[in-house]
Design a protein around this ligand. Structure first.
Ligand SMILES: [Zn+2]
Length: 83
């Protein structure tokens, strides 16, 4: 894999993830879910994650900090970021 800033594969895969996420989880069959998992796994492994945090409101009185990657769109729990 070219590591000199060649991230077109990540861009395309992130686009695919966005498209795939457009289908409601309840209407995804097992093969569809497998493909989603494969795409997520690819991004998790090959993306040079650029983690940013964002605060979202979960109710009128509570908010929550989420962490996600600007490059691939994967979300991460807490501060643990994959290597
Ligand atoms: Zn990423």
């Amino acid at each position: 894999m070219d590591t000199n800033g060649c991230t077109i594969d990540i861009e395309l895969m992130a686009n695919a993830k966005t498209q795939l996420d457009g289908l409601l989880a309840t209407t995804q069959n097992i093969e569809y879910k497998c493909i989603v998992q494969l795409v997520n796994g690819y991004l998790r492994k090959y993306c040079k994650h650029n983690i940013v945090s964002d605060v979202i409101d979960i109710s009128e009185t509570h908010s929550k900090t989420i962490y996600y990657c600007e490059s691939c769109g994967l979300t991460f729990d807490g501060l643990s970021t994959p290597k």
